[in-house]
Write a protein that binds this ligand. Sequence first.
Ligand SMILES: NC(=O)c1ccc[n+]([C@@H]2O[C@H](COP(=O)([O-])OP(=O)(O)OC[C@H]3O[C@@H](n4cnc5c(N)ncnc54)[C@H](O)[C@@H]3O)[C@@H](O)[C@H]2O)c1
Length: 268
Amino acid sequence: MQDISYAGKRVVITGAYSGIGAALVTVLRELGADDITALDIREPAGVDRFIETDMGNPVSIDAAAAAIGDGVDVLFNNAGVAATRPAEQVMRVNILGLKRLTERLLPGMRSGGAIVNTASTAGNQWPQNLEVIRQLLAIQGWDEGIAWVHDHMPVIADGYFFSKQAVQVYTMMLSRPAIRQGVRVNSVCPSPVDTPLLPDFRATMTDKVIDWAIAEGAGRVATPRDQAKALAFLGSDLASYVNGVNLLVDGGFTAAMTTGQVDMAALA
Ligand SMILES: NC(=O)c1ccc[n+]([C@@H]2O[C@H](COP(=O)([O-])OP(=O)(O)OC[C@H]3O[C@@H](n4cnc5c(N)ncnc54)[C@H](O)[C@@H]3O)[C@@H](O)[C@H]2O)c1
């Protein structure tokens, strides 16, 4: 069974320095990866090539894309920040930069390749904002995107939930044109994960909400490796007919919520 192998595949990962991205590097190595390029503001360990890149800065993103060039097999858009940062910065890194890098690399990606975004269960409420998200995703220019963000602060709020809703919608919207060139597009949607970002979520969403989400899901917090394994699956040929899917990797939290099994009183 060679379908899970990453040997000979050209892989790009954003946000590989810590947390889920660092665990992904380890998992991909175990699966034979021999060509991993990392884009991050900090230099990750264990990759083949590091391109210092600020995923919130279009000039930096374009320079990285130009340095990478054509022939990418798998792009993992994983970098993200929490709402401990200003909302504009959250939008820049989590969706505007993710979209820009994707648009720069996708035309040159190999048929049979894949794009896998790290979204979040925080984006599960996208149906409430679908039309406004479609407006944002239709914008081409960077400055126009930033201006749109400033004009829509009431719906964007702290940026985190909205940006992850936008990643889920972008995953679905891009999956159709991308598959025409043989590239699949999916996302992983984690619930709370034990990474350096978790204290930031505790600060913005409260300990009570985070601990409740963990308790009502699998009863333990997800590890970065739990998420990395799902990312590796979606990026691999094991997932050869999986396209346009936002894969919940949340220990069952959303399933329990959807079927009315979650103890809402514990939140009161
Ligand atoms: N930890 C959680 O509970 C959780 C839950 C759901 C989704 N996520 C998502 O998982 C992804 C990875 O986060 P994590 O939890 O591993 O946190 P993390 O902070 O450990 O990892 C984030 C990575 O992104 C990099 N990064 C931050 N800003 C950047 C920028 N401007 N340009 C380039 N790289 C930048 C960091 O250096 C780091 O390597 C994020 O998209 C996050 O939103 C995390």
